[in-house]
Unconditional design. Structure first.
Length: 60
């Protein structure tokens, strides 16, 4: 794993994996990165969105 940064394609794969309901460990395995890297990426770029029903959702 010589690449230190996530690529745009890695980020798209993370987004798709989250939408499919995959676990962070499985997403990390799919892109060849450590699960802590994927977890930090998700935490750093998530957004809180309020729905019309008053619920709050975290989106990546």
């Amino acid at each position: 794993m010589s690449n230190k940064h996530l690529t745009y394609d890695d980020r798209l794969t993370i987004q798709a994996g989250l939408q499919q309901g995959l676990k962070i460990a499985q997403i990390a395995k799919n892109i060849g990165k450590d699960r802590s890297t994927v977890g930090r990426e998700i935490k750093a770029h998530r957004r809180l969105v309020s729905t019309s029903k008053g619920n709050n959702l975290f989106l990546y």
